[in-house]
Design a binder for this molecule. Structure first.
Ligand code: HEC
Length: 553
């Protein structure tokens, strides 16, 4: 109130059109301390500190420029299209105040009036973690060249199940690591990608979902400079079991000299077990990304209808250099529109996870629509190709992508991830009717949801698309069993092991199916082949003994 009266008072005595007087002490320091200092201080990502009058004065003209263009502070979403926590945006008044201050010659004002420099927590932002895990080996980033996407595989040493409520990433030098993502790997997939143990591996974006039976963890574990780690509320902590790995996917930017990177991750545990099961849904249409050179507006779209009531907790838009405008909204069953996100000027350097201040409710039957636009002309300053060339979807930085991830929590209590998964894979098949993997996934989901009748034609379609794929024959066998088509299932398993003799899972299925149809001596022969490879496995031993005893009878 006091400030408003004062400002009005000054204004009254100024000729029309002339700005009121602005000082660092009174007007600029509060803006810079709140909106800039978190990154512009020693050890953080900003290229120079903005903590004192001298600091800010030195960069004053540049600050006026980058705030006016909204390059700084970096914040992509447009206000009014989703209400996000951690929003860091200047108001038009603040931008004008900065411009006025520079125009007036950057006066300091009374030194005693400068607010105290903000205090930041050094080191771990949430205090000492319960467990600190370090990348097994250092990665050396070359001095020059394009951005590098490097994956570190970290193995937390725990003796029993833990519930993780927060993860803090300390990537090392923050001027090099632009952002980082953690993927929970429960299958050992990450280590298999490494050329030597602990070496890590290259790759821009990854999924560890080797099998549809791996649960989706439903959490974004995203780090960017200046961002604070998020602490999950009770019931939403995720489960970490002994032997699980964390894949830390980092986006690194060469600095002109070789740099050594060895990140650490801090884990914060809670005793409150997981009772709520969010899921990450992905909208995308990479299959339609094929952008001729010179095209200024290339749109892609995806529309997904929700099979149940959900709360959207957070979202993560993702594309590479050519994307410009991103729009995502939901059309509710009553026809009304709810905006999820609008980014008018995408810049992949500032990509982030955005968490809603309040969960955004979307009722069953809502259609979520993603509309992304790409500019592959020379006029796009971010175009990595000079002159522009044709760009398709892919995992390299110069390929494109169009993804929109949503973290949703079903309203009904319990675990509804499979239901969402089924709807999503049906949706994938609508987009890609000849996609082999999508058929495999949908069939496996239907089987796991005890709908084998529906799973059979989907698995048959997978076999039709890839007749030489042993996994497909094994899956078809597995869905034929519960509907009682056992001779056909046996045929499928036989095809699977003929195509891949060391396919233990299929051979075990074959042996069991033979035993179930009374063909014990054939079952014994199959169990013996498996036992030769796994002599100490008690399950095989018991199954073999049982089949043998029935042969003798
Ligand atoms: C999230 C961290 C972050 C915040 C918050 C932030 N900056 Fe920056 N700033 C950076 C980084 C990183 C760069 C280097 C960008 C680059 O090289 O692309 C930068 C660059 C700059 C530059 C140099 C631009 C140029 O063209 O070289 C200026 C000036 C600047 N910031 C001012 C500000 C001001 C003023 C604010 C607050 C209103 C602010 N920044 C908030 C991280 C931040």
């Amino acid at each position: 109130m006091h400030r408003l009266v004062l400002a009005l008072g000054v204004l009254l005595f100024l000729p029309r059109g002339q700005a009121q007087s602005v000082t660092f002490a009174h007007d600029i320091a509060p803006i810079v301390y709140e909106h800039c200092a978190s990154c512009h201080r020693p050890g953080e990502s900003g290229p120079f500190p903005l903590l004192t009058y001298e600091d800010v004065k030195k960069h004053a003209a540049q600050i006026a420029t980058v705030t006016k263009s909204r390059f700084m502070p970096p914040w992509l979403p447009e206000p009014g299209y989703g209400d996000f926590a951690d929003e860091n945006r200047l108001t038009p008044e603040q931008i004008r105040t900065i411009a006025d201050w520079v125009a007036q010659g950057t006066p300091e004002g009374p030194e005693s009036g400068i607010p105290p420099t903000p205090k930041f927590t050094e080191g771990w932002q949430l205090g000492e973690p319960d467990l600190i895990v370090e990348a097994p080996k250092t990665f050396t980033l070359p001095a020059e060249g394009t951005d590098v996407y490097w994956n570190f595989v970290l193995t937390p040493q725990i003796t029993g199940r833990r519930y993780v409520k927060a993860v803090e990433v300390r990537p090392g030098e923050k001027k090099i690591v632009h952002h980082a993502n953690i993927i929970i790997d429960r299958s050992g997939w990450g280590h298999e990608q490494e050329a030597s143990p602990g070496a890590g591996f290259a790759g821009m974006e990854l999924t560890n979902r080797r099998s549809v039976f791996d649960p989706d963890d439903g959490h974004f574990l995203f780090w960017r400079p200046g961002g604070a780690p998020f602490v999950e509320p009770d019931g939403l902590a995720w489960t970490l079991d002994p032997g699980n790995d964390l894949i830390l996917n980092t986006h690194l930017r060469p600095t002109g000299k070789p740099e050594q990177i060895r990140p650490t991750v801090g884990l914060y545990f809670t005793d409150k077990p997981q009772t709520k099961y969010p899921m990450l849904l992905q909208l995308e249409h990479d299959g339609n990304i094929n952008i001729p050179p010179g095209v200024r507006d290339f749109p892609i779209s995806d529309d997904f209808k929700l099979p149940l009531d959900v709360d959207v907790l957070s979202v993560y838009p993702h594309a590479h250099y050519l994307a410009t405008l991103m729009e995502v909204y939901a059309t509710l069953p009553d026809g009304s529109r709810k905006w999820l996100l609008r980014i008018p000027n995408w810049d992949q350097n500032w990509q982030s996870v955005y968490r809603y201040k309040q969960p955004l409710f979307l009722p069953k039957g809502s259609v979520i629509s993603m509309r992304y636009h790409y500019d592959n002309s020379a006029a796009n300053v971010r175009n990595p190709n000079h002159p522009p060339k044709r760009v398709e979807a892919g995992n390299h930085a110069t390929d494109e992508m169009g993804h929109f991830w949503l973290q949703v929590l079903p309203r009904e209590p319990g675990d509804h991830r499979r239901e969402l998964d089924e709807a999503l894979s049906r949706h994938t098949l609508e987009k890609y009717p000849n996609d082999f993997k999508a058929h495999m996934i949908l069939s496996a989901i239907l089987l796991s949801r005890a709908k084998p009748q529906e799973a059979v034609p989907v698995a048959e379609e997978a076999v039709r698309i890839e007749p030489k794929d042993p996994e497909a024959h094994n899956l078809l066998g597995a869905v034929l069993m519960p509907v009682g088509r056992i001779p056909e299932a046996i045929q499928q398993y036989q095809l699977a092991v003929t195509l891949r003799p060391d396919f233990v899972n299929a051979r075990f299925n074959l042996a069991r199916a033979l035993a179930a149809s009374g063909r014990y001596s054939e079952a014994v022969a199959q169990y013996k082949i498996i036992q030769a490879a796994f002599p100490d496995d008690p399950e095989i031993k018991a199954a073999l003994a049982d089949a043998e005893s029935r042969v003798k009878r």
